[in-house]
Design a protein around this ligand. Structure first.
Ligand code: PDD
Length: 283
């Protein structure tokens, strides 16, 4: 994006003018957290849920950040300054422990956390939502605190690259024989009209879209079980879906070289997509 205005440590400035310290702990250690919030025609979706998850992530890393209350107005200003208030966009917020001489432990003298925020147009996924996508499954090699939305994402990066190399839209992880979540999404599967997803735990990110999907299931009368999905049962799934803030609800029609159901998006995914669109249109 040309002449993009971003927010960095209290200032609104052009992206090129941002100077991040080489001693920033986000850069050195991946010692920071982030959020991605979608705006629909300038209106933020589930802002409060994203903010409370950000607070939980900060608490998880013991980063003291006192200015959470200011984030909403910064989001609005970025949306207006970048003239993205009448289209769909994604806001990125990153907070790191700040810059200090490199030691693995927290800085001896407390330093101010660093904050960076930007907004970008969010490409529509309606095509993928309509046709469905292929995914691949891979072992979950991530750490055991996936509930913290940490910027230390190298395992997710490697997994996403494997998806690209296999003409797939997402890699979904398997830990101890159970499906956890995607490299950047939560995972659902339908067995005999019941929608299954991994329960909230340290092994998955508590996705905001996942939460919305569960609420929509209640609204439209789809039965839900928050149980781990055994990888050994995957070939009997009627439907699969990957969901996230930027993806919304994407049906999975193929995994590895196997068809899901009849190889087309299923009725539960369709109904959920429609309910989701109704929810975002109401904003
Ligand atoms: N990722 N699980 C992981 C590992 C994720 O990275 C994401 C989102 C989700 C879905 O969460 P939500 O519904 O709150 O977006 C689940 C964001 C979009 C990203 O990294 O860009």
């Amino acid at each position: 994006m040309k002449d993009q205005i971003v927010f960095f440590n209290g200032d609104y400035l052009e992206k090129e003018a941002v100077k991040i310290s080489p001693e920033d702990r986000g850069f050195l250690f991946g010692d920071g957290v982030y959020e991605v919030i979608k705006t629909y025609q300038g209106k933020m979706f589930e802002f409060d849920a994203h903010l409370s998850r950000l607070e939980r992530s900060l608490n998880g890393l013991e980063i003291q950040f006192e200015e959470l209350d200011n984030l909403k107005s910064i989001c609005h200003r970025l949306s207006c300054e970048n003239k993205l208030d009448n289209q769909d966009a994604a806001i990125y917020i990153e907070i790191t422990r700040g810059a200090a001489r490199r030691t693995h432990c927290f800085p001896g003298k407390p330093v101010a956390p660093a904050i960076y925020m930007m907004i970008n147009p969010c490409p529509s996924t309606k095509k993928e939502q309509g046709k469905g996508v292929k995914i691949i499954f891979r072992p979950d090699i991530r750490w055991a605190r996936c509930d913290i939305k940490s910027v230390a994402l190298v395992a997710n990066v490697l997994a996403t690259q494997k998806a690209v190399e296999n003409d797939a839209a997402e890699t979904v992880f398997i830990r101890d024989g159970a499906v956890t979540e995607g490299a950047s999404s939560n995972f659902f599967a339908v067995f005999d009209d019941v929608l299954y997803t991994h329960p909230e735990s340290h092994y998955i990110l508590s996705g905001i879209t996942r939460k919305v999907v569960l609420e929509l299931c209640y609204e439209i009368g789809v039965r839900v079980k928050q149980y781990p999905i055994l990888s050994s049962r995957l070939d009997t799934a009627d439907e699969m879906m990957v969901v996230s803030t930027t993806k919304e609800i994407i049906p999975v029609i193929q995994y590895d070289d196997k068809k899901v159901g009849d190889g087309t998006p299923g009725p539960v995914a369709r109904e959920l997509q429609q309910a989701f669109d109704r929810a975002t249109a109401k904003l």
